[in-house]
Write a protein that binds this ligand. Structure first.
Ligand code: FES
Ligand SMILES: [Fe+2]
Length: 422
């Protein structure tokens, strides 16, 4: 990718074209449970390069406001969250969840005119989402399948990733890598083991792609050899601008990710597992909580993975030799994170050499770049219609004569259908 386009895609601050594009969507900010109780401790959160403060007021309403007090610039993280607002500890100025100044003790007559930045928030799917764009363009609320399910059907986690959002997200679009870095993990992990899919993924490392532009973004049909008379297809959706769905493995829960810039050199990698029609089984839920599958173990008291760049992702050369792990790094998400973080905080895109299997990435980049440029010219951004997000990934064996694209037009049209998974 040329440097100009790369810069366009990786810069997401408020005064950048990509930043303006992203701010036209509901942005996943944090887990609702990070501000679990009314009047609980406020939480600093940086998102799209903006330093913000989340808190839950006395009535339970969540707020997302500028982190810093407009008086002298003190962090409201040190403030008191009480009686319907956050009060700065320095001189007592107080703000509600909408950013309105409730009290300005030293000059009360100024209170009406004082305000801090605040963003509308909603809570859905165990997540606090914010809308950070122009008020008149607020889109419909997100309707991704997993966030509309009862809480018992879903497990959501997030982890800090020390790399730009794009190189992280591209791992979610590039499904060929499952045959490589994840290959030994497939039969060991409780959320992947015993799936027929593992056999095909391991046997055929050269997936071939058909890609379709759709209302939600892209649908990526990855074909591998199946049985003698069949192909094995993994059907993955990229939902504009930062969601990916993971084709399922046997009877296990479906998976999804979100890739949200903290700033240009770090991002939140969200991982979600869900079952459309039933609660997650207790053993799988327990395994997810323990950081198995697409989830991770953390450094205590943080969302930073235990295996991180500071300790070379705990790479185990013996496990690599023994074919317990392809790269020596353990766990799906840390395998992904390690490779993407190893590229540097922002990959040098001008130096890469893309090949045919990278076509899904190329198409996603084109759509992002085109949408960012067009928005600057006044064209409305794509995929803001929430209903378009109601799509589901699939993992199927189809007759060799059949194209997954054609099959999907008949079979993969509604979320009321059973999950297609082998
Ligand atoms: S700095 Fe916040 S009230 Fe003075
Ligand atoms: Fe991966």
């Amino acid at each position: 990718m040329d440097r100009v386009t790369a810069e366009l895609l990786v810069r997401t601050g408020p005064d950048t074209p990509m930043g303006r594009l992203m701010r036209r969507y509901w942005v996943p900010v944090m887990l609702s449970s990070e501000i679990a109780e009314p009047d609980c401790a406020p939480v600093r959160v940086k998102i799209l390069g903006e330093k913000l403060l989340a808190f839950r007021a006395t009535d339970g309403q969540a707020g997302l406001v500028d982190e810093f007090c407009p008086h002298r610039g003190v962090s409201l993280f040190l403030g008191r969250n009480e009686e319907g607002g956050i009060r700065c500890s320095y001189h007592g100025w107080k703000f509600d969840v909408t950013g309105k100044c409730m009290e300005l003790p030293s000059v009360p007559q100024l209170a009406d005119r004082m305000k801090i930045k605040s963003y509308p928030v909603i809570e859905r799917g165990d997540i606090l989402w914010a809308y950070m764009g122009p008020k008149e363009h607020m889109p419909q609320l997100p309707e991704l399948e997993w966030c509309m399910l009862p809480a018992s059907h879903r497990f959501v986690s997030k982890r800090y990733q020390a790399s730009g959002w794009l190189q992280a997200m591209e791992g979610g679009i590039d499904t060929t890598h499952a045959s490589w870095v994840h290959r030994f993990e497939l039969e060991q992990d409780p959320m992947h083991m015993h799936a027929e899919a593992n056999k095909y993924i391991k046997a055929d490392r050269n997936a071939v792609f058909d890609i379709e532009e759709a209302a939600h973004g892209l649908t990526i049909f990855g074909r591998r050899n199946g049985e003698e008379d069949s192909h094995y297809w993994r059907i993955t959706q990229w939902i504009f601008p930062w969601f990916t769905l993971i084709p399922p493995f046997g009877p296990h829960a479906l998976g999804a990710h979100m890739w949200i810039p903290i700033d240009d050199e770090s991002c939140w990698a969200w991982s979600i597992n869900f079952l459309p029609d039933r609660p997650l089984p207790a053993e799988e839920l327990q395994a997810m909580r323990e950081g198995k599958g697409i989830h991770v173990k953390y450094l205590p008291g943080s969302f930073v993975p235990l295996a991180n760049p500071g300790n070379d992702w705990l790479v185990d050369r013996q496990a690599q030799k023994d074919k317990q792990s392809f790269s020596g790094v353990k766990g799906f998400s840390i395998q992904d994170a390690s490779l993407q973080e190893s590229m540097g905080p922002i990959q040098d895109y001008a130096k890469e050499h893309l090949v045919a299997t990278d076509r899904p990435i190329v198409m996603a980049r084109r759509m992002l770049a085109r949408s960012a440029r067009e928005l600057e010219q006044g064209t409305a951004p794509p995929a803001t219609d929430a209903a378009s997000q109601r799509v589901r990934a699939a993992s199927v064996l189809l007759d060799r004569g059949l194209k997954a694209e054609d099959w999907a037009k008949e079979a993969l049209t509604s979320l009321d259908q059973p999950v297609f998974s082998v």
